[in-house]
Design a protein around this ligand. Structure first.
Ligand code: ADP
Ligand code: ASP
Ligand code: MG
Length: 401
């Protein structure tokens, strides 16, 4: 007998018909003699709607109260799914995050899972139940409900699979697997049979929301093989594992991230220690900096540009503006109409000219590059947000046509 963890995202449980569809997938797996733990997200756009409700009442609400509200979304879907499973003639138990043993840090709205104590899940399985767990949530050491950050249910599923030594962790979603680009934006995108943890981690971090990046990090750490597949078709999905059997592809995908702001600090003195001063100020505020570009400088002055997440953009500008005199800077500029487009591929390590090919695609499409950053298995460029979809398509065509 195997233990299988199955996770269903918001669109897979969006309405009564979809919930019944999920109940059928789950009970089919159970009927085949497996123990099943199901992790579900909130229905459809519930989480967005709850965030909007909070904004309406108090845009500055405390994160603790936001978590209390957001966790309600998943409570609805677990109970509905358990009812659907009962309707099909099987025993089901729904459990909230804390009941399922999720202990997290106390960083409300972006808590990290510290430990999962699956004893209550195990006890329900032993009573021949299908267990339905609320994704995206847990309990802090202060006894407060926490959430894991957007897309966090994927991580909940992997955490259970790791804690219970599951034989398989399936992530059911609204597309048939991981593609070479977002299949909703690039219809020619190809489904990948397999992808390595490292490549998937880069893709997820660089904007491919099909898997949450923390879930991939955790799957790699505990060596949990993931299968990403559709809850609506029976097509085989994509396997995420350490070493795919297939030959390394030059590029495994193109990703887009519009959650980016570019900040430029203009006309700082060209002397040692400036970057240190600037970035320590930001790091003291917990602001994560991504791509950094520094000009060579002329007339004793230089410019330093970098990117941060949109949600931290204004804070970063305010922080540097307050500090401008100390830095000796002339001006702090800000642009949030930018997008980061990236290519990811393990094959890059051993092939020259991959970045050049990406730049050629952008040149052919007459798209200007503002910043570039590279690592062994990725190349990212920052461009104008209005060109983002065109850029993804042009780059995808260049590598996959
Ligand atoms: P769920 O609600 O099931 O968690 P998400 O909306 O979080 O689903 O993720 C699935 C979506 O990810 C797809 O609908 C697709 O538009 C998007 N996506 C972005 N990049 C990719 C990619 N490379 N492969 C597959 N899907 C992608
Ligand atoms: N419901 C949460 C969200 O929308 C968690 C998830 O879907 O994974 O972000
Ligand atoms: Mg998701």
């Amino acid at each position: 007998m195997s233990l299988i963890v199955q996770k269903f995202g918001g669109s897979s449980v969006a309405d009564a018909e979809r919930v019944m569809n999920v109940a059928r997938i789950v009970t089919d797996t159970f009927k085949q003699g497996n123990d099943v733990v199901v992790v579900v997200s909130a229905q459809g756009d519930t989480t967005d709607d709850l965030i909007a409700k909070a904004e309406e009442i108090n845009p500055n609400a405390s994160k603790r109260e936001k978590d209390m509200l957001l966790a309600a979304g998943e409570q609805i879907s677990i109970s509905l799914l358990a009812m659907a499973i009962e309707k099909l003639g099987y025993h089901a138990t729904s459990l909230l995050g804390w009941q399922a043993g999720f202990q997290t840090s106390s960083a409300h709205t972006s808590a990290r899972i510290k430990r999962v104590d699956p004893s209550r899940i195990r006890a329900a399985i032993d009573r021949n139940n299908i267990v339905v767990v609320a994704g995206f949530q847990g309990l802090s050491r202060f006894g407060d409900v926490t959430t894991l950050g957007r897309g966090g249910s994927d991580t909940s599923a992997v955490a259970i699979a790791a804690a219970m030594h599951a034989d398989l962790c399936q992530i059911y979603t609204d597309v048939e697997g991981v593609y070479t680009a977002d299949p909703r934006k690039v219809p020619e995108a190809k489904k990948l049979k397999e992808i390595s943890y490292d490549e998937m981690l880069e893709l997820a971090t660089l904007g491919a929301q099909v898997l949450n990046n923390r879930s991939v990090e955790m799957a790699k750490k505990y060596n949990i093989e993931l299968e990403v597949l559709s809850s609506l078709t029976k097509a085989p999905g994509t396997i995420v594992k350490e070493k795919p059997k297939m030959e390394k592809m030059l590029i495994s995908g193109v990703a887009k991230d519009t959650d980016v702001t570019r900040i430029s600090v203009m006309g700082v003195p060209n002397v040692p220690g400036l970057a240190f001063k600037m970035f320590s100020k930001l790091s003291a505020k917990g602001i994560n900096v991504d791509i950094i570009l520094q000009s060579i400088g002329h007339d004793g002055l230089k410019d330093i540009s970098f990117t941060v997440a949109k949600s931290r953009g204004q804070e970063a500008v305010d922080c540097l503006q307050d500090y401008m005199e100390n830095l000796g800077a002339k001006e702090v500029l800000y642009d949030d109409k930018v997008a980061k487009i990236s290519i990811v591929g393990a094959g890059m390590e051993s092939h020259a000219g991959v970045a050049a090919k990406m730049f050629e695609a952008l040149y052919d499409a007459q798209i200007n590059i503002q910043m570039i950053s590279t690592s062994e298995i990725k190349v990212s460029v920052l461009i104008d947000e209005k060109d983002a979809d065109k850029a993804v398509k042009a780059i995808h065509d260049k590598f996959f046509d």
